[in-house]
Write a protein that binds this ligand. Sequence first.
Ligand code: NAG
Ligand code: NAG
Ligand code: ZN
Length: 308
Amino acid sequence: MEFSLYLLTLLLLFPQCTAQWCYQSQYSCDDTCRDPSRWAAQFPSCGGLRQSPINIVTSKVHINSALPPFDFIGHTNAINITVENKGHSAHFALPQSVRLTGGALPGHYRAAQFHFHWGGNGRPGSEHTIDGERFPMELHIVHIKEPYGSLAEAEHDLAGIALLAFLFEETTDDHPQLDAVIAALGRVQNNGSRTVIPNFRLSNIIPAAKELHSYYRYVGSMTTPGCEQAVAWTVFHRTLSISSRQLDAVVKQCRFWTGQPMTDIFRPTQPLDGRVVYCSKAAAALPGVSLLWFGIFSAVLGTAGLIH
Ligand SMILES: *[C@@H]1O[C@H](CO)[C@@H](O)[C@H](O)[C@H]1NC(C)=O
Ligand SMILES: *[C@@H]1O[C@H](CO)[C@@H](O)[C@H](O)[C@H]1NC(C)=O
Ligand SMILES: [Zn+2]
């Protein structure tokens, strides 16, 4: 009796100890995977005070004139990149020749990989939200500070990792340069499968550094376990475009390591816990523009006798 109780306890505990982390979309009551609310049980940093992603409240950002533009290196070079389904998302490996400096970051950073976060069936899937709004998709380009060689080495440096984030907006017209990326996702449907995109240029999918002077900056973490708190985040004000047709193709192709459709691959937003989100001066000009438009709009309505 005692022995079978012991066995039962073991059986109940065992899956807990070996559970894989998963996104909320994968979790169901009979599943043993760890959904985002339970990542910290296995990966303590996930319960830390500098976690990502966050909701950026534009009325609370601190304008900082000491946030200059970036200098991108190797973004226009044609490279062969390997794409791999990692079970939770697909990674596009970048060579060390792709680098960046500037952006008020403390040093030189070399690119490691980029990946996307998306939703599913019309649901938005960005990780960062702006004033509570979730965008259809988000691109993350991961860079490691020199001379570190891996995330493990960079982990103890507050700015060991530089992550560039771009939010996507849905458009009616295709963004033709994304087709190679979307086709590659179609060739890595299952965990562990790989493909190559030949002659890829990062500048095909993101604008040149000189067009990217407006951005938000805060200190945070990786958004997947171990949630290492070593990331200088840059969320660009400039959005990228993707058509509804392309977005539909993105969310329908890949599968998680469990074989389920890979949808809604984003972590819920985390508390700010006293952190400040900075905004480069160029980005700060934009609320002024929208206020101006609001002024024009209310003047028009006012003339029409709708606002008094
Ligand atoms: C990419 O691969 C092709 C052949 O698969 C090769 O000819 C070319 O040199 C490679 N380009 C780079 C930049 O490595
Ligand atoms: C997913 O693939 C990786 C190799 O790419 C492998 O290490 C891992 O065990 C796989 N996961 C499952 C659950 O099959
Ligand atoms: Zn990411």
